[in-house]
Design a protein around this ligand. Structure first.
Ligand code: NAD
Length: 276
């Protein structure tokens, strides 16, 4: 159904769990894929794997929080593949430094426990910046050329936390809400430019960045994971491959040419479920 032959896709965080799968999927439908990641080895593994399977891929080390680093990455992509058509802003995630150990404040916590009131601001800033500025900086750098050429697709990654303030992750929730809002803002701003901007809002998929929140040391699901399952009408976590259809649809101008400013949940019904 899909054919991205002749297109160049840039995927930030392309060495990670979800975005390595995104990179492979785009390559398998013909796109040349630039796999950008802070972790160069992870990016190399993904690019090599794509090439082994007959696709075209380039690994580039890139810190999405540094405009200089992103500009260098763009130069490298331009050198090897030429102009790009698709930008996937995948780098992001939560971090223990921006996470609280308890869901609810209780009297007495102030004396003995870590509370929101003492949350490490550097931790908060790290998570907030990684998700929001880590989307904005690559969008400025790669989006500029798209706007100049009058075509292109930009995809951001939101989260259930963008719609509902998930407990314990105040920085991540605030950042993803901001990413969703920015996606809509940019879609409007670029509405007449020929560049479409949309977000995928994944439900819960087991990956590195949420592993510690969802899986206990003995390998069983944590109480938090059990709550998520109970609140997911389909009764299970998502499989990363289940995001691919939405990704390809949003990247394909023929399939979604009139779709911009949308935030598409892929969540087994989590968002729709009121709990009763
Ligand atoms: N896993 C889930 O259930 C879930 C749910 C909703 C949204 N998301 C979002 O999906 C995206 C991908 O997450 P994932 O679960 O695959 O996580 P992951 O940790 O497997 O991948 C994230 C990748 O980003 C890279 N990265 C981190 N900091 C970077 C930086 N400064 N510059 C460049 N690259 C950097 C990491 O090296 C890693 O390869 C994130 O934005 C995450 O917030 C994930």
């Amino acid at each position: 159904m899909f054919n991205f032959t002749g297109k160049v896709a840039v995927v930030t965080g392309g060495g990670g769990v979800l975005c390595s799968i995104f990179s492979r999927a785009l390559a398998s439908y013909g796109a040349k894929v630039a796999v950008l990641d802070l972790n160069f080895e992870a990016a190399q593994r993904v690019a090599e794997d794509i090439r082994t399977n007959g696709g075209e891929a380039l690994a580039v080390q890139c810190d999405v929080l540094s405009r200089e680093s992103v500009l260098k990455a763009a130069e490298r992509v331009q050198e090897v593949f030429g102009e790009w058509d698709i930008l996937i802003n995948g780098a992001g995630g939560n971090h223990p430094r921006g996470t609280l150990s308890r869901e609810f404040f209780e009297p007495g916590d102030l004396e003995q426990k870590e509370t929101f009131f003492d949350l490490d601001l550097e931790g908060f800033r790290f998570v907030f910046d990684l998700n929001l500025l880590g989307t904005i900086i690559p969008t400025q750098v790669f989006g500029r050329e798209m706007a100049r050429r009058g075509k292109g697709v930009i995809i951001t990654i939101a989260s259930m936390a963008a719609f509902r303030a998930l407990t314990r992750v105040p920085a991540y929730a605030a950042a993803k809400a901001a990413v969703a809002n920015f996606t809509q803002w940019l879609a409007v701003y670029l509405g007449k430019s020929g560049v479409r901007v949309n977000a995928i809002a994944p439900g819960f998929f087991l990956t590195q960045q949420n592993y510690r929140l969802l899986v206990a040391e003995d390998g069983s699901f944590t109480p938090r994971a059990q709550k998520i399952l109970a609140h997911t009408p389909m009764g299970r976590l998502g499989e990363p491959q289940e995001l691919i259809g939405t990704l390809l649809w949003l990247c394909d101008d023929e399939a979604s040419g009139f779709v911009t400013g949308a935030i598409i949940p892929v969540d087994g019904g989590f968002l729709a479920y009121a709990g009763v």
